[in-house]
Design a protein around this ligand. Structure first.
Ligand SMILES: [Fe+2]
Ligand SMILES: [Fe+2]
Length: 251
């Protein structure tokens, strides 16, 4: 199918979503359509839709269907990357972040069972530690924003990069609040603490996972396809300058 036809079909699917047609049915059709489109081609089509006036949050609906259709992309991508390649490092950091989110959720459940702050319980130390690691994810985002996103924009794929950057900004206040909560639990009303802790961990669990999913399956495969082979050395150098997270696996 020619790209223009595909684009028209993508648009039609979006309209159906916006008219409130049952999401599952529309997603199914989207998945079918997206099956044979590779990530860079789809990213370009999405970019054209934005340029034609489609709002970026409408695009999010399409991204959702896109995600479901391209889960396999990550496995392929990882097989093609040398260890130490900037994208390989970013994907490995994603794995670490996902583990941290799982552990934070367990901690949230453990704390829920307590009726007051207990300074001898190791759970609060671990919470402080993990909250600091979550703050460290900013370095991961900085590397994406300063080395990968500008090159995608140069290649004409600004839409997905803009959405990812917007999400980084949206998540920051929650990360900060989580770290503050972990530090201030002793002085807080414990029920109030538990309520806010649950809110922040649930928020980050949802949004950070979703964000990572989109990058792994859409943005990074697009970057690997569109960014020239010889640019990656510079990207790695610049990434080294920006620095890594305390949880980044050894290169
Ligand atoms: Fe990101
Ligand atoms: Fe990321």
């Amino acid at each position: 199918m020619a790209t223009t036809e595909r684009k028209e079909e993508l648009k039609e699917i979006l309209l159906r979503l916006n008219c409130g047609e049952e999401v599952e049915k529309v997603r199914e059709d989207a998945r079918e359509l997206l099956k044979n489109i590779d990530a860079s081609e789809l990213s370009r089509a999405e970019q054209e839709l934005i340029e034609e006036g489609l709002k970026e949050d409408e695009l999010k609906e399409l991204c959702q269907a896109h995600i479901e259709a391209t889960q396999e992309e990550l496995k392929k991508l990882q097989l093609e990357l040398e260890p130490g390649h900037p994208l390989d490092t970013l994907i490995k950091e994603h794995d670490k972040i996902l583990e941290m989110l799982d552990e934070l959720e367990q901690i949230k459940e453990e704390i829920k069972k307590l009726s007051k702050y207990d300074e001898d319980s190791p759970v609060f130390d671990r919470l402080r530690e993990l909250a600091q690691h979550i703050i460290e994810t900013e370095k991961h985002h900085d590397r994406e924003e300063e080395t990968i996103f500008p090159r995608l924009r140069e290649e004409g794929v600004s839409g997905p990069a803009n959405i990812m950057e917007m999400e980084h900004e949206d998540m920051w206040p929650r990360k900060e609040r989580l770290a503050r909560l972990a530090e201030e639990v002793e002085e807080m009303d414990f029920d109030e603490f538990k309520k806010k802790l649950s809110e922040d961990i649930e928020y980050l669990g949802l949004h950070l996972r979703d964000h990572i999913f989109k990058e792994n399956n859409i943005l990074y495969p697009t970057a690997q396809k569109l960014i020239a082979e010889d640019a990656w050395e510079d990207i790695e150098k610049r990434s080294d300058e920006i620095g890594y997270c305390c949880f980044t696996p050894e290169k």
